[in-house]
Structure formats: C-alpha cells, structure tokens
Ligand binder design. Structure first.
Ligand SMILES: [Zn+2]
Ligand SMILES: [Zn+2]
Length: 125
C-alpha cells in the first residue's frame, strides 16, 4: 500500500510541476497540490521533489532568488530569468560542443553544463 500511495503522490507532484510550468519552487508545488489534496504534507512534497530530482524524473535547476526550482523539462536547455517579473523561461539552443571545448582547452572532463541568462523578457522590454 505504501508504494502505491507513493506512486500517486509522485504523479500528483510531477503533474503539478508540469502544469505550473514556471520552474516552480517546492513551496509553489506544495500550494498547488494542497489546493486539491489538503491532506498532503509539506514534508511529503519536499521529500518527493528531491527524490525525483535525484532519480532524474525532474530537474533541480538550483537556487534562483534563494529557493531551489524544479523543472519538468529534462532535456538539456538553458534558462533566462527576467529581472523585472522574475519569471524563468527555457532557452533551447543548447551547445554540446562547449563541453568538448573545455576538455580540449582546459583538460576538464565535463559531464554537463548550465547557463542562466538574465535581463528583460519580451513582455517586460
Ligand atoms: Zn518579465
Ligand atoms: Zn527549464
């Protein structure tokens, strides 16, 4: 029973991250899930988010403005943070050759890299 409950909780949480589509913080995911499932605890949401990030089901894109944010988009991409509205956008155009260049030029065996742009989004320009 425990594992079935776990599966349901995970699905709720994964759907919440996808539906929010804003690179939500754990707090935002909890608020979203709790609206329909008030019995779910904050600890459960936080624990599942971090387990799902560890297993690669979700991406923890690290802390922006102080809180870790979660991404349902697990393919390699970059981010753009708007300095005015604080929304986080996906930027495609991932550059796999950068990893290779760091290996050739600096001798580091790179597994992945991340890049975050900041400035003004199209709505705020
Ligand atoms: Zn903006
Ligand atoms: Zn993203």
């Amino acid at each position: 029973m425990e594992s079935k409950r776990n599966t349901i909780q995970r699905r709720l949480i994964r759907d919440a991250v996808r539906e929010l589509d804003i690179h939500a913080t754990a707090e935002q995911v909890y608020d979203f899930v709790a609206e329909q499932h008030p019995t779910i605890s904050k600890a459960t949401v936080y624990r599942n988010l971090s387990q799902m990030a560890d297993s690669g089901e979700l991406l923890n894109i690290g802390s922006l403005n102080g809180s870790a944010r979660y991404d349902h988009n697990c393919h390699k991409h970059y981010h753009f943070i708007c300095e005015k509205c604080s929304k986080v956008f996906d930027i495609d155009h991932y550059q796999p050759d950068l990893d290779e260049r760091v290996l050739v030029m600096e001798g580091f065996a790179v597994r992945s890299h991340s890049l975050t742009f900041s400035g003004l989004c199209p709505d705020c320009i």
